[in-house]
Design a protein around this ligand. Structure first.
Ligand code: MN
Length: 132
């Protein structure tokens, strides 16, 4: 069964690139271009992983993360922050707020699938879904 990944990203080009790479890697991709939409889709579809842009037009990425964490249905869905190279402060703030980690943008298309795969594997080990 293929993993489902929710991409919350307001930049259309970043969205298309990440989405294309993930789909080529066999993932089912859900797309949301605002924080509100992302929160709604996460609760409806319970993705295996959320990739969250920390700079969104409506809600701050940290606020999206807090709301996902505070909602019973989505509290345990792992979230990986997408942060721009220049925004180093975002990474520390994202970790403190409960992100599993971060991937810097622009994404490296040669390593992106491996990075995403690591987070999925790590989370599955933690929750016991994956045999060692
Ligand atoms: Mn953005």
């Amino acid at each position: 069964m293929s993993h489902t990944i929710l991409l919350i990203e307001d930049n259309r080009l970043n969205m298309e690139l990440a989405s294309d790479v993930l789909q080529a890697g066999g993932y089912t991709v859900l797309e949301a271009m605002t924080g509100d939409e992302g929160i709604r889709v996460a609760a409806e579809r319970l993705p295996d992983l959320v990739l969250l842009d920390m700079r969104l037009p409506d809600l701050d990425g940290l606020e999206v993360l807090r709301r996902l964490r505070s909602e019973l249905r989505t509290a345990h869905v792992p979230v990986v922050a997408l942060t721009a190279h220049a925004m180093k402060g975002d990474e520390a703030a994202a970790r403190r707020a409960g992100c599993a980690g971060y991937i810097t943008k622009p994404i490296n298309t040669r390593t992106f699938l491996a990075e995403v795969g690591q987070y999925l594997t790590r989370e599955e080990r933690k929750s016991g879904h994956l045999q060692p």
